[in-house]
Each structure stands twice: as structure tokens, then as C-alpha cells.
Design a protein around this ligand. Structure first.
Ligand code: MRU
Length: 332
């Protein structure tokens, strides 16, 4: 793989520049826009993805919606449009509500510069949160950790260096992690396309496995810790993450392998008691039934395509946030 540095999101000259994740890993291309609708579209089609990154991009988008003049009508329109893009990652709503609070408090004296500054602040805080999560995560590793992870939680999913991915990255640098198994993460392959790309960029030894291979590896004693990110964490610690995370956590329990979550506190939704209240996004059937436009199943086949599932807190050994490593019982 050719190694060159890459970034996820940057706000340059009052435009959002973002990597087009749909084209990764074979093509590293950036899109530059000052159009909030283009950013909303990018979130819907997963050109921008990962819970913290969605929130940051939406904050920039909402500020850009006011670049031609402040108007509470156009602000509400942009807010509603951005809020409609993806339902599960609470970071989206957290960031939008933070922007709205500022808008409402300062209106009509609010300027677009205030909004840009708040979005940059949200972005900068996420960078610092990733660093803190990585450091707190050092506590979790057994000797010679052989880690499994699911989906993508690196630089591509956040504003900084990652959540679960950064724990692994810092653990590897500290000599605590010896090998990583990356679930391919069907149907959109965030593991084989994006996590493999980021592990390669960081020279971390790894293999991609199909999502159904982890139990076989656990039985052979080849995995001794699991760590994933999160899209929404309820007050009791129940955690929504990419579809397949629940199965992974159940397998870990059966094999007595610790299962950790890493996420910033902006992923914790204190308005819900438990995971049954988390809205689960259902994606288009074509994402499962087709590959690069080629149909994989008989014409007319129906598919059930939830994008996320919920891991009950009883299966979670610890939740790493920028504050600390939280241990059960969770009470956020
Ligand atoms: O559908 P995606 O790719 O946005 O799903 C992403 C995940 O499930 C991640 O694990 C989660 O958002 C955490 S990202 C730090």
C-alpha cells in the first residue's frame, strides 16, 4: 500500500473538505463544499460516516447554512434536513442541538462567524477526546493482546485519531498489542475497506476476517480482547454499534474474553434509560444484495438490513470515554 498522510474532515477558507469514504481504499479523493445540502447527502450515503464525524460535519453544515445571512427559518430548515440524515448515532443530534442552543441564545445578534467558531470548537474537542480515550484505554490490555474490532473507528470516523482504533493504536505503540483481527463488517465493509486501510497506514500487524470467523478464532485462543466503538450509549450502558457487534459481544461472553466499548461522552444519550429506546437505522436492501452494481441474490429477493444492533450492558467489560474507563454497573 502506498502510505501518504490523509485526513477526514477539515474546515478551510469557510468550506468543508472531506475524504470520500465510499471510494476508499483504492482512491483517496477529497470533496470540497460550502453547501449544507451536499454535506447532508454525504452523511446519508456514507461518504462521511462514524458517529463523531457525522456530528462534526453536521455542525459545520449547519453553520454553512447561514453563510448568506442569518435567518431562523433557514436555520430550522437546515437543522431538520441534517437531523433526518441518519437516526442512530446520537452525536449527530448532540452537535446539532449544541449549535441550535448557541443560535437561540444569541439570535438575532448571532453571526455566521460565531457558528463557525462553535463548529470548530466541537471538532477540536473531539480531537482532544480521542487522545484522552487512547490514553485511558491503555488500562484494558492483557499481556500480548490479540485484539478483535468491528467496523471502523479510526481517523475516518472521528475528528481526531479515533476511539476504539486509537486505543488499539496507542496500545500497539506501547508494546501491549501484538495483533489485530478486523471484522470485514458486512454489508458495507467498513472493516475490510477502512479499518484495513488505517491499520496499514499505522503499520499495525493485522488480518481481515469475515464477520462469521471470530468464534472459530476465539475457540483456538487466538483472540484475548475485543474493542469497538459506539453510536449511542444509554444511561444503563446498553450500546448501539454497527450490526454484528451484539453477536461479537455474545461470542466474547461465551469464550470469557473481555469486550470493551470506546466512545466520547457525546455518544452517551442520558435521555434514554436503556437500549430498547435506541432508534435503529434500516438501510436499503441493495446495500446487502448487490456488490458494485452486480446483484448477488435472485431478482426480487427481500432483505432485512439493520445498520446497527444493541449490546446489553451486561456483556460490556468497560466503557472508555475521555473522562476515564467506566466499569459496570454503568450509570451515566
Ligand atoms: O454506518 P457507520 O459506518 O457510520 O457506522 C459506524 C460505526 O458503527 C462505528 O463503530 C461508530 O460510529 C463509532 S465511530 C468512532
Amino acid at each position: 500500500m502506498i502510505k501518504s498522510d490523509y485526513f477526514n474532515l477539515k474546515f478551510i477558507d469557510e468550506k468543508l473538505v472531506f475524504i470520500n469514504q465510499v471510494l476508499l481504499p483504492h482512491s483517496v479523493e477529497y470533496i470540497e463544499t460550502e453547501d449544507y445540502e451536499r454535506i447532508a447527502k454525504a452523511i446519508e450515503v456514507l461518504e462521511i460516516r462514524g458517529a463523531p464525524a457525522i456530528g462534526i460535519a453536521a455542525a459545520y453544515a449547519l453553520s454553512l447554512s447561514q453563510k448568506n445571512g442569518i435567518s431562523s427559518d433557514s436555520f430550522s430548515r437546515a437543522y431538520n434536513r441534517l437531523a433526518s440524515t441518519r437516526p442512530t448515532a446520537v452525536n449527530l443530534f448532540w452537535a446539532l442541538n449544541r449549535m441550535k442552543k448557541l443560535f437561540d441564545e444569541k439570535f438575532p445578534a448571532i453571526s455566521v462567524k460565531h457558528l463557525y467558531q462553535e463548529a470548530v470548537k466541537i471538532h477540536d474537542e473531539d480531537i482532544a477526546n480521542c487522545d484522552a480515550i487512547g490514553k485511558h484505554g491503555l488500562e484494558i490490555f492483557p499481556a500480548e493482546a490479540r485484539v478483535i474490532t468491528h467496523c471502523n473507528t479510526g481517523k475516518l470516523a472521528v475528528g481526531g485519531e479515533g476511539t476504539a482504533f486509537n486505543v488499539i493504536r496507542i496500545g500497539y505503540k506501547a508494546g501491549l498489542v501484538s495483533f489485530v483481527y478486523a471484522d470485514e463488517t458486512r454489508p458495507l465493509n467498513q472493516g475490510s475497506r477502512l479499518t484495513a486501510f488505517e491499520l496499514g497506514m499505522n503499520d499495525i500487524p493485522f488480518e481481515v476476517i469475515s464477520d462469521s470467523t471470530s468464534g472459530f478464532l476465539m475457540k483456538q485462543g487466538k483472540i484475548n480482547i475485543a474493542i469497538t466503538g459506539a453510536d449511542r450509549i444509554a444511561k444503563n450502558g446498553d450500546t448501539a454499534n454497527k450490526i454484528g457487534t451484539y453477536s461479537l459481544a455474545v461470542l466474547c461472553k461465551f469464550h470469557n474474553i473481555p469486550f470493551y466499548i470506546a466512545a466520547p461522552t457525546s455518544t452517551i444519550d442520558c435521555s434514554i434509560e436503556n437500549g430498547s429506546e435506541i432508534p435503529i437505522e434500516i438501510r436499503a436492501s441493495a446495500e446487502l444484495l448487490s456488490l458494485h452494481g452486480t446483484l448477488l441474490a435472485p431478482l426480487g429477493t427481500k432483505a432485512y438490513t439493520p445498520a446497527f444492533d444493541v449490546v446489553p450492558s451486561s456483556l460490556i467489560s468497560g466503557i472508555i470515554t475521555e473522562e476515564k474507563l467506566h466499569k459496570p454497573p454503568y450509570c451515566f
